[in-house]
Design a protein around this ligand. Structure first.
Ligand code: ADP
Ligand code: MG
Length: 248
């Protein structure tokens, strides 16, 4: 075996497959540009690190379960003026995640609650965090079947493993007292450890109704609101304003 193949194989055995693949090209560049040994080594390691970061990012993006891929750049702050671009951009810097703060987007359908939640989720993935997105009715299903379904168990493990949990469409449908208890257990477990972004079309005064129990509601809101940024979103539905017609 020649020296090049031997080093390539060593890199592979060290799990540095990107460096191994690019080694020959790097060495050619090094010769061409007269790099020092240290510069050459640095270029090789940089390739490995960049590729790893990117494959990690894609893995985390897939694991996050986003319902669509929309970013802050796709959001028209001119159409939705109950949230300020400056504030949301500040949130995209992710300092709140380190402090386990929560964010709530409340408001009627179509005002962009899920869009902003997903966009912040994507920004978190890009910054290196693990994110998990779920709709409330799906989450309740997972909680109810945790002991009998492998998928539910896996999904909940992913949720507890995340740095940021996005809980979408809270309050679309009323839930039973047993379900509300399971949900409270989860919120309590995340409390002060994991940030939550929550979207809801219901104001707090209506939470007691869909959770079916004023005591659980108070306890849940207490934990969610302790460190929380609240956005009361208003305005017209973007969906209705930009309705797509079958006819041209
Ligand atoms: P909500 O969760 O409040 O019901 P969504 O976030 O799902 O609303 O928004 C509905 C659709 O309209 C999505 O496709 C979303 O990308 C789009 N949308 C909503 N608000 C805006 C906005 N201000 N700029 C760009 N797209 C928007
Ligand atoms: Mg939504």
């Amino acid at each position: 075996m020649n020296l090049l193949s031997s080093v390539q194989e060593q890199l592979c055995r060290l799990s540095m497959k990107h460096a191994s693949k690019e080694l020959e090209g790097i060495l050619e560049n090094a010769q061409h540009h007269d790099w020092t040994p240290l510069q050459t080594l640095q270029a090789l390691l940089a390739i490995e690190l960049e590729n790893r970061q990117d494959s990690g990012r894609l893995r985390r993006l897939k694991a996050a379960n986003f319902p669509f891929h929309k970013t802050l750049e796709d959001f028209d702050f001119g159409f939705q003026n109950s949230v300020s671009k400056r504030q949301i951009q500040q949130l995209a810097e992710m300092a709140w995640l380190e402090g386990a703060y929560n964010i709530m987007f409340l408001g009627p359908p179509g005002v962009g609650k899920t869009h902003l939640a997903v966009a912040l989720g994507i920004a978190a993935v890009n910054a290196g965090y693990r994110v998990y997105f779920t709709q409330m009715d799906q989450l309740v299903q997972f909680l109810k079947t945790e002991t009998i379904s492998r998928r539910s168990k896996q999904q909940l493990r992913a949720l507890y493993n995340a740095n940021l949990v996005i809980l979408d469409e809270v309050g679309f449908q009323p839930i039973s007292r047993q379900e509300a208890n399971l949900l409270f257990g989860l919120i309590n477990r995340l409390y002060q450890q994991t940030s939550v972004i929550l979207t809801s079309n219901k104001g707090f005064e209506e939470w007691g109704e869909f959770l079916g129990d004023p005591v659980i509601t108070a306890a849940m809101l207490d934990r969610l609101m302790h460190k929380c940024e609240l956005f009361n979103m208003t305005g017209d539905s973007y969906r209705l304003k930009h309705r797509e017609s079958i006819f041209q």
